[in-house]
Structures are given as structure tokens and as C-alpha cells.
Design a protein around this ligand. Structure first.
Ligand SMILES: Cc1cc2nc3c(=O)[nH]c(=O)nc-3n(C[C@H](O)[C@H](O)[C@H](O)COP(=O)(O)OP(=O)(O)OC[C@H]3O[C@@H](n4cnc5c(N)ncnc54)[C@H](O)[C@@H]3O)c2cc1C
Length: 269
């Protein structure tokens, strides 16, 4: 199909869930929904703000800190390894409803000078972007204006006033820390999983017999694994972590974009 405005190709695809924004919150939300079996597509336009951090020292599991670009890469890999799809693009418009389905207009760079516009349909949407939310204008979402910033109103579990539309991360006006954004993404995802009536107790991997030796079925969302399987997963994680940490991260440190005359905000050495 030809788009009149851009003269470029458009297409359409449908997903159970669209996550707008592949930063800390969006990637964590997508990890949970994909693991619960919900077909999840993340559309991300650019860099997560966490990549500006110089050394990330307060996220769980890294006692000596971690390169923030590597942390971002690992979160991305965690979402996709668990089944989420990730595409690069900017959501410029979102319309629809839970009953009729949502439709996002997504712009992606085809070449340096050309943009391709696509329509992506989804049953539900998690908004985990920052900071421009003009693309929500047609939906009647309740938004709070706080000076130059805008936040999306939610019910403290990630539901907005528009059924089927959820919010996570910075847009919720929670504290501006990575672990809080990750927690917000996880909480919003679990809210959505419950609302979608996907059978779910907890997302837990337990040792064999943990439930069944007590006469219980393995609850939905949980898994019991044998000792052999546990060792195999441990080996795989050790190999992957050695690979992640084998070399310093290749990406250069980024500073605030306003500080250098460079569209990418890179330090000009
Ligand atoms: C210099 C600096 C240092 C920091 N250091 C720390 C620290 O030490 N510890 C800590 O806990 N936190 C730190 N933070 C904060 C932390 O990075 C944030 O709290 C966290 O990244 C917020 O996650 P988020 O997912 O809400 O937003 P982001 O991670 O910014 O993700 C939002 C994503 O949405 C995408 N997006 C935006 N608009 C669209 C659109 N229209 N369509 C598609 N995608 C879109 C963006 O490209 C981005 O990838 C630091 C931040 C900065 C700036």
C-alpha cells in the first residue's frame, strides 16, 4: 500500500501486546508478558536514558556495579530470549480501544533520508516511553501536566483510565531510578496478565517437587525443573555472563545532549 503523506510503503501487523518504549521499564514489562505467553512486540525509538549513566552501582545483582550500556543490552537480550520481539521505530499516533483493538502508527528510518510508516495493531498496549506523549492525544488518556513534563495518570498498578492501555516507568512519576522503572514494568505487566485472564500464580522457577511433593499442581506461571535441567541452565548462564563481561563495552560514554554540539550527544574527544 502507498502512503499519500510519505510516498513510502506501509504495512500492517497484529500483536497481542504492543510495548511502546524499550528502556528499563518497557523491557522488563515485555520479559514478564512474553514469559506468560502473551505475544509481545516492543517498539523502541532510540536510546534508554540509562545509557547516559557512567557506571551503574545500585541495581540488584551487580555488587561492583555494571556498565550501563551493557546493562541495557542485557535487559534487551533478556526480553528477546524470553520471546518478545523488538523493533526500532517511533510511535507517532495511537488510536482504538480494547473492544476494537489499538492501532499504532510507527515511523522507521528506511534510509538516511527516507521514512517508512507502518500500522501495528495490538489488543493491549503498555506505554513505557519518555518524554513526548503527543501520540496519546486522540485516546482521552488522563495526563498530569507538571511544568515542562507530563505524566500519565494510573491506578498505582499501571492501569490508565483507557481500558487496555497501561503505563510503566518514568511516565508514572515514580522515583527516577532504574530498579524502580524495572519494578514498575514488572508490576504493570502482571496487572495486564491478570486483566487478560491469562492463568498466572507467580513467575517462579522452582526445584522439582517443590509443589508436587506437597500434593499440589504446579501453579500457572510457575515451573518445576529437575536437577539436570537446573545444572544445564546454570551452565548456560555462566557461559553467557562470561561472554557479556569478556571485554569492556564498545559504546562510548554519552553525556547530556544539550552539552555538546552533536545530535547524538557524544563527547567530542
Ligand atoms: C546521567 C544519568 C545517570 C543515571 N544513573 C542512574 C543510576 O546510577 N541508578 C539508577 O537507578 N538510575 C539512574 N538513572 C535513571 C535511570 O536511567 C532511569 O530511571 C530509567 O532508565 C528509567 O527507565 P524508563 O524505562 O522509564 O525510561 P527509559 O529507560 O528512558 O526508556 C524510554 C524508552 O522509550 C523510547 N521512546 C520514547 N518515545 C518513543 C516513541 N514515541 N516510540 C517508541 N519508543 C519511544 C526511548 O527511546 C527509550 O528507549 C540515570 C539517569 C541519567 C540520565
Amino acid at each position: 500500500m502507498e502512503s499519500e503523506e510519505t510516498g513510502t510503503e506501509t504495512g500492517s501487523e497484529t500483536h497481542e501486546l504492543l510495548v511502546i518504549g524499550g528502556g528499563v521499564a518497557g523491557l522488563m514489562a515485555a520479559t514478564y508478558t512474553a514469559r506468560a505467553g502473551i505475544g509481545t512486540l516492543i517498539v523502541n525509538s532510540g536510546e534508554s536514558i540509562v545509557r547516559r549513566n557512567a557506571h551503574l552501582e545500585n541495581v540488584p545483582g551487580f555488587p561492583v556495579g555494571v556498565n550501563a550500556r551493557l546493562f541495557g543490552d542485557m535487559l534487551q537480550s533478556q526480553a528477546t530470549r524470553n520471546g518478545a520481539d523488538l523493533q526500532t521505530g517511533t510511535v507517532t499516533e495511537l488510536s482504538g480501544s480494547l473492544d476494537d483493538g489499538f492501532v499504532a502508527t510507527v515511523d522507521s528510518a528506511a534510509t538516511k533520508d527516507d521514512t517508512v510508516q507502518r500500522a501495528i495493531s495490538a489488543e493491549r498496549v503498555i506505554v513505557a516511553s519518555w518524554a513526548d506523549i503527543d501520540y496519546l492525544d486522540g485516546l482521552g488518556v488522563e495526563v498530569r501536566d507538571a511544568g515542562s513534563k507530563q505524566y500519565v495518570d494510573e491506578d498505582s498498578r499501571g492501569r490508565t483510565n483507557v481500558e487496555g492501555l497501561y503505563v510503566a516507568g518514568r511516565l508514572t512519576e515514580r522515583y527516577h531510578q532504574a530498579v524502580i522503572a524495572a519494578g514498575s514494568g514488572a508490576e504493570t505487566a502482571i496487572t495486564l496478565i491478570h486483566d487478560a485472564e491469562v492463568p498466572f500464580y507467580n513467575d517462579w522457577v522452582a526445584p522439582q517437587g517443590y509443589f508436587t511433593d506437597r500434593g499440589r499442581e504446579v501453579p500457572p506461571g510457575c515451573e518445576e525443573i529437575s536437577e539436570t535441567e537446573r545444572r544445564a541452565r546454570e551452565q548456560a548462564s555462566m557461559a553467557a555472563m562470561q561472554e557479556y563481561f569478556a571485554e569492556p563495552h564498545g559504546e562510548r560514554q554519552r553525556t547530556h545532549p544539550s552539552l555538546v554540539d552533536d545530535a547524538l550527544g557524544r563527547i567530542d574527544e
